[in-house]
Design a binder for this molecule. Structure first.
Ligand SMILES: *[C@@H]1O[C@H](CO)[C@@H](O)[C@H](O)[C@H]1NC(C)=O
Ligand SMILES: *[C@@H]1O[C@H](CO)[C@@H](O)[C@H](O)[C@H]1NC(C)=O
Length: 358
């Protein structure tokens, strides 16, 4: 259950030093700490973290007032009675913070039609322990709210009925020692539905087809009843070298063949899912990369005169010249064949074989 008054108390004591009580103070305020229950005329000496208090302050009898505290005022304050052997009389842990502001709340159903979850966070830090109370109502009726085991700021609610036109009213209250703030929102069943992204997305090249990629995927495993509540999918793909995506919308199918890929280009592919009828698109799936099938570079069995000249005189290569990558046997290496031998190579085809073998 999200209501956690027990946990709340427990957290308050969490950081306390043994035997020290905790006093919370708002940033910018003046804070008065009282040394135990000593009389007003008692004389007291204060220490913080075991050293003298240097902050702006007033000391009156058993009371220490810190002026306009900030985060540097945090610490363990101890008071000692004077002159009574300087016995320690009290210890206070001072924790400076601010009251919470209205939490930000969103609710979403990725397990439609089973239920939905609400999550919340504070846009501004409070610096001190802050707890949340969650109240969910449907047509005025309070619903059971279960805290998520992993995500601290998340609660789960079962749909009490389906296809309801009544909204779900969600009231999240943030509470800490300095104050509280509530956010109250209404969520429609139909707008909360947002599946998780498709899973196990795989893109495979097709042998001998330089422009195709087969993409397959699974529906999100969190979606409980794919037969009764089918999903549609949105596929987007682009070559790495381009910024613009191409899109395909697909109904109730978990594969698609891209037929217009650029030859030899690496592609990035993602999918999103949505309930056929209601709700919004999921986030994009993790991107997968694939390159269409390309012809293995073939060893060159015959070389033209131009090729040989280009390869032996790289400085004169024209801008349009593309180096033949991965072509170890093509042409004579300049190290092995001198220009003189090259001339012989190009003139006599029989000599070419000898040269190639070296
Ligand atoms: C006391 O010690 C705590 C923890 O080490 C530190 O964060 C704090 O700033 C110290 N307070 C003062 C007033 O020196
Ligand atoms: C939300 O809950 C808090 C705490 O229970 C309550 O004080 C507040 O009135 C509620 N707000 C609405 C609008 O119901």
């Amino acid at each position: 259950i999200c209501s956690t008054s027990g946990l709340f108390c427990c957290l308050y004591g969490h950081r306390a030093y043994m035997g020290a009580r905790i006093q919370y103070a708002r940033i910018g305020s003046d804070v008065t700490m009282q040394c135990g229950s000593l009389d007003n005329d008692a004389s007291v000496m204060w220490k913080v973290n075991g050293t003298d208090v240097k902050a702006r302050r007033r000391e009156e009898g058993p009371r220490l007032t810190l002026i306009e505290v900030d985060m540097t005022s945090n610490g363990l304050y101890s008071c000692f009675q004077n002159p009574d052997d300087f016995q320690r009389r009290d210890q206070i842990t001072l924790r400076v913070g601010v009251p919470p502001r209205e939490p930000q709340v969103t609710c979403r159903s990725n397990t439609y039609p089973k239920g939905f979850y609400c999550s919340w966070h504070l846009a501004h830090a409070t610096y001190i322990p802050t707890e949340f109370e969650v109240d969910v109502r449907h047509n005025q009726k309070p619903l059971e709210v279960k805290r998520d085991e992993v995500h601290k700021n998340r609660c789960h609610v079962k749909f009490p009925e389906l296809f309801s036109s009544f909204p779900y009213r969600v009231n999240v209250t943030a509470i800490n020692a300095l104050g509280s703030a509530s956010a109250d929102h209404s969520f429609e069943e139909s707008s909360m539905v947002k599946p998780d992204p498709p899973e196990k997305v795989v893109a495979t090249p097709i042998p001998n087809n330089v422009r195709r990629l087969v993409v397959t995927w699974n529906s999100p495993s969190t979606w409980p009843d794919i037969d009764s509540f089918p999903l549609k999918y949105f596929l987007r793909y682009r070559p790495l070298i381009k910024d613009q995506w191409q899109h395909v919308e697909l109904s109730d199918s978990t594969s698609h063949t891209i037929t217009d890929a650029y030859v030899g280009k690496e592609y990035i592919i993602q999918l999103a899912a949505k309930d056929m009828e209601i709700g919004t698109w999921s986030d994009w799936s993790v991107a997968v990369h694939a390159t269409p099938w390309t012809e293995e570079p073939k060893p060159i069995t015959s070389t033209t005169e131009a090729d040989v000249l280009i390869e032996t005189t790289p400085s004169s290569a024209p801008p349009s010249f593309k180096p033949r990558v991965g072509n170890p046997t093509g042409g004579c290496s300049t190290l092995i064949c001198s220009y003189h031998i090259l001339l012989v190579c190009t003139l006599m085809s029989i000599m070419w074989y000898v040269c190639d073998l070296t």
